[in-house]
Design a protein around this ligand. Structure first.
Ligand SMILES: [Zn+2]
Length: 324
């Protein structure tokens, strides 16, 4: 290709960089704030609110189970070097908690899930003194988390506070639209079909928000093994209530779900897999499903459609990858 510019490349590059330095908010403030998060949901929220003022890294990628995750050597290096660490808490990152609480004595480490008020938290069925961590399943509760992320970013970089406020307003209005869409399409599922059977108990907040009953094969954490007794109970529910679809989760093995399908088939009832839900981690980086809004849109759309409700295959704003 012919270069018709009057300036050599290096000169143009210099001009471009100079222009960026004059106008770019992050460059004007120095380097972007280095933020490390545990979950992908928190990472997306920090990116949306932080914009160009932050560089966010998530420790847990798509399909990673946060309940059992143990930090690697490079995770420790990333957290130690970060300007700010954001984690969920509420018992989610069980293996990292000691390290994070210890690190919090030396640098800004914020447990953003703890912003959800105590009276809005559900408890773990197996451990009454512990909260159920899966608050992201109700967008109304994620608002508290988003505000905690905003406040943490403002404390870490006060000069960018007005930009963080503006970005938060846009993000929260999207969460409002997501909640309105979710209520509408899930409200269209017939009451007798509002039963969600999944691999582990990640959907209690979802159940509370939308009037569903949920049953997980494993409990609130994936750390305990599911017993044969639990499998038998659920096969019984599937057969007697003629459940049409049950769901696998991206971050949990589908072995137990397959045991349910086989158990029901042995008793003459065919139940299908309604699809793969993003329970504890969003979809792949860069995909719409890898964002918080995209993750919930995916789940809500899939559940509504699999249980006989009406929802567009591409979700609330036409951005979901169409499935089947
Ligand atoms: Zn979970």
């Amino acid at each position: 290709m012919l270069d018709r510019s009057p300036f050599p490349l290096s000169r143009r590059l210099f001009l471009a960089l100079a222009a960026a330095a004059a106008t770019g908010p992050a460059l004007a403030q120095g380097q972007p704030l280095r933020v490390v998060t545990t979950t992908g949901m928190i990472a997306d929220t920090a990116r949306r609110i932080g914009g160009a003022d932050v560089a966010v890294t998530a420790l847990f990628g798509a399909g990673v189970d946060p309940h059992s995750y143990r930090q690697t050597r490079s995770d420790i290096a990333a957290m130690t070097q970060a300007d700010l660490v954001l984690w969920h808490s509420l018992n989610l990152e069980a293996q990292l908690e000691r390290f994070l609480r210890d690190l919090a004595r030396r640098k800004p480490v914020v447990a953003v899930g703890e912003a959800v008020p105590a009276d809005r938290r559900l408890t773990d069925e197996d451990y009454k003194d512990r909260p159920d961590p899966h608050v992201w399943m109700n967008p109304d509760l994620w608002v508290f988390v988003a505000e905690a992320v905003r406040d943490a970013l403002k404390r870490a970089r006060p000069a960018a506070a007005s930009r963080f406020d503006a970005n938060t307003a846009v993000f929260l209005s999207e969460i409002g639209a997501l909640q309105a869409y979710s209520r509408r399409v899930l409200g269209g599922v017939a009451p007798e079909r509002r039963l969600l059977i999944t691999a582990h108990d990640a959907f209690s907040y979802f159940a509370q928000a939308y009037g569903f009953e949920v049953m997980g094969i494993q409990g609130v954490s994936t750390e305990s093994e599911a017993g044969l007794q639990r499998i038998r109970e659920l096969v019984d529910v599937i057969v007697t209530r003629k459940v049409g679809a049950i769901f696998v989760e991206s971050s949990v093995s589908d072995r137990n779900i397959r045991a349910l399908i086989e158990g029901a088939a042995a008793r003459g009832h065919a139940v299908s897999i309604g699809g793969e839900l993003f329970s504890d981690a969003p979809g792949p980086d860069g995909a719409y499903e890898g964002s918080y809004v995209g993750m919930i849109d995916h789940n809500v759309t899939l559940i509504a459609r699999a249980l006989g409700g009406e929802a567009p295959a591409t979700g609330m704003n036409g951005r979901l990858a169409a499935k089947g």
